[in-house]
Write a new protein. Structure first.
Length: 193
């Protein structure tokens, strides 16, 4: 951003299951109401309501705590951004990337949009123990103990390599997600100033 016109800062909130990605995205949306919000979890939940072959398959996978077909998340959020985000509109996203290839695709897509240098990845870091305390209280279909453990296993196997890629190639800041909602948000605001 140095030496050029200051561009709008985009935010991508990432982290393990139960880290509060959606909650913090809502708070950022209140602070920056002009943002276009993209949530992979929301896109998948909407798709799972469709009475289509893909919708029904996605519903089964999501309810069991798994990750749908690898390229589907990328297709959904790329489509959402491509057809909805205006030129000078901030992107506020959560729930992706969850795989190494998604991280590479998002990196390339942001570069294509000339938004890479003004996109900040916020990693809300929590332990599996903390997620096991938090998630059953939410009451979603994929929030029982067995599914939470499965989602954390997938996170360690597939998402941590994506985080490592982002640390190396993008602007990634780690936030302690085990604090109160208010304190997590305070740390996010400090990080983006």
């Amino acid at each position: 951003m140095r030496g050029s016109k200051r561009k709008i800062l985009n935010f991508v909130i990432i982290g393990p299951p139960g880290s509060g990605k959606g909650t913090q995205a809502e708070l950022l949306l209140k602070k920056f109401p002009d943002s276009y919000y993209v949530s992979t979890g929301h896109l998948f939940r909407e798709l799972s309501k469709e009475k289509t072959d893909v919708g029904e398959r996605v519903k089964t996978v999501v309810e069991s705590g798994g990750l749908p077909f690898d390229d589907l998340a990328t297709t959904l959020w790329m489509y959402e951004i491509a057809f909805n985000v205006r030129k000078n509109q901030r992107i506020l996203a959560d729930g992706f990337p969850r795989r190494l290839q998604e991280a590479k695709d998002l990196d390339a897509f942001l570069n294509f949009l000339e938004r890479k240098n003004n996109t900040l990845f916020l990693l809300l870091d929590i332990s599996e123990k903390e997620a096991l305390k938090r998630l059953p209280k939410r009451g979603r279909a994929d929030d029982d103990i067995r599914d939470i453990k499965k989602r954390f296993r997938i996170y360690r196997q597939r998402t941590i390599p994506a985080m490592n890629y982002l640390k190396k190639h993008c602007r990634l800041i780690t936030i302690n997600g085990e604090q109160s909602i208010k304190n997590v948000f305070r740390d996010i605001l400090r990080a983006i100033k």
